[in-house]
Design a protein around this ligand. Sequence first.
Ligand code: PBG
Length: 333
Amino acid sequence: MTFVPVTGAYPFARPRRLRQNGWIRDLVQEHTLLASDLIWPIFVHDRDIARDPIGSLKGIDRLSISETVKEAKAARDLGIKALALFPHIDERKRFSDGRAALDRQGIIPLACRAIKAAVPDIGLIVDVALDPYTDHGHDGLLINDKIDNDATIDALIEQAAVQYEAGADIIAPSDMMDGRIGAIRQALEARGHKDALIMSYAAKFASAFYGPYRDAIGVKALKGDKKTYQMNSANTDEALREVALDIQEGADMVMVKPGLPYLDIVWRVADTFKVPTFAYQVSGEYAMIKAASDQGLLDHERAVLESLTAFKRAGASGILTYFAKDVAEKLNK
Ligand code: PBG
């Protein structure tokens, strides 16, 4: 616990003195949101059109590779330090084994190469999980109707290596299989990739707030749910155990996901482990703020800034948010 000094009783203590006008409020402000705190998730598609609006994420499009490169430049110029890339691939390329995830000419490896060639100074975070590539929408391999942990890991190792070798900087396993951080770390080391950063989706909860994302990557009908691998939203101590394991297995950074409904987890993880801790303001959180402000129920700009500053207050080192570009533009003004 932090020590809170008590300076005296009313009227000697009047906390409102520190709030009486803008300059003093600014002077005593404890946390500040910066463009460099923001990670921008982008959906890249393999279709022949520059931008394809995502129905459930108003204001967000799936982008072609050349459009992604343009946005990467814009993001870099705004002071955003990293992008997180997610694929949307043709339905005909989705099989139950998710084999397209291992394709060196797949949309994410191609996007990584193109971005690194044009904008080498922005960090690239790539997801490691099979859901955008499977016809059943699960992150792992379904064997006898069950997600097979160890068989999945073999695929994830390959997916991680393919993406790293295409120029990705940060490998971000979002699949929640047991032992995958250690296995991926070992495989990367064995291939000489000593600098590969791993940001583990360490505490990822089975959440209703991922709905719009599944539309964005084109998961039509998820078979069942993800509760045998993603965490029960009622648990906290389990999140700490997951994070401890991932750090032990070689993660450089960890993530908590979703964001605002799990700020207590962000706080406990950051406070307990003192490793870079990221939070993901997920698609459903974006959609909620968007929908409420479109209906005139919320002031959009204030709601967005307040929600993002809350992550900083909770101890996050950075935030993945679909608002990243808009917010960076505002912060630069
Ligand atoms: C799955 C993955 C998910 C998200 C990122 N990676 C969703 C899921 O687990 O179904 C969600 C991101 C969002 O909702 O914005 N590999």
